[in-house]
Design a binder for this molecule. Structure first.
Ligand SMILES: [Mg+2]
Length: 221
């Protein structure tokens, strides 16, 4: 797989992975890039997959965006077992590879955090390494963010840690920690790989130049 695949990982569940994946997809489409956004595995409803389906302009079927979905709002491994189903890494990688051949760029949203069990014996870290994807970590910019970023970085093999990009998602109102986190983190990692996404009140409104620049930097210019 030579074309870029981005894997969006979260410092936790519900931290803005879907929002970022949709924004990156939208930005690439604005730039005329043929992009596919995938959420291969969903548990507890397919809302994320539907959002990415729309963000991608419905060029893929919903079942291509999200081939594996399970009803229980639990880690996918457990949710699948409740339905006597299983997901294996090889099938997920194969699916992403097939989509990758049809598009210029693929953005994959993981599920939960880096080490949340996705299926039988694998998590987002295994998926990242198998795909040789570019990791993008989404983390809310709040007290505790620095620890979460450093934990994820430490969990990655050296080569992947070097490629790691971090997006701090701003809160609606700045706090003492949201103001100081980026400064401190910039001392602890390569500053060009650290990005701050402004708070977005309305995800449907046109992207501001600041947001566009943040997304472009993440995508490598
Ligand atoms: Mg999500």
């Amino acid at each position: 797989m030579s074309k870029p695949i981005f894997l969006i990982i979260g410092s936790d569940t519900g931290v803005g992975k879907t929002v970022l994946t949709a924004l990156l997809t939208r930005r690439l489409r604005e730039r005329g890039v043929r992009v596919a956004a995938l959420k291969p595995i969903c548990s507890g409803g397919r809302d994320d997959a539907r959002q990415l389906h729309s963000a991608g302009g419905k060029t893929l079927a919903l079942d291509e965006v999200n081939p594996w979905h399970f009803r229980a709002p639990l880690a996918p491994l457990i949710a699948a077992r409740r339905e006597s189903k299983s997901v294996n890494l090889r099938d997920v990688v194969q699916h992403i590879g097939q989509v990758n051949r049809r598009f210029e760029t693929v953005i994959v949203e993981g599920a939960g955090g880096l080490l949340s069990p996705l299926g039988e014996n694998f998590d987002s870290l295994d998926l990242l390494l198998k795909l040789r994807a570019m990791p993008i970590l989404v983390c809310p910019n709040r007290l505790g963010a620095i620890n979460q970023v450093l934990l994820v970085r430490k969990a990655l093999p050296k080569a992947a840690a070097k490629k790691l990009q971090v997006v701090l998602v701003s809160p609606p109102r700045a706090t003492a920690s949201s103001r100081s986190n980026p400064t401190l983190l910039a001392d602890l990692m390569e500053p060009s790989r650290l990005h701050v996404l402004p708070w977005l009140r309305n995800l449907q409104s046109p992207l501001t130049p600041t947001v566009q620049a943040t997304l472009d930097a993440l995508l490598g210019g």
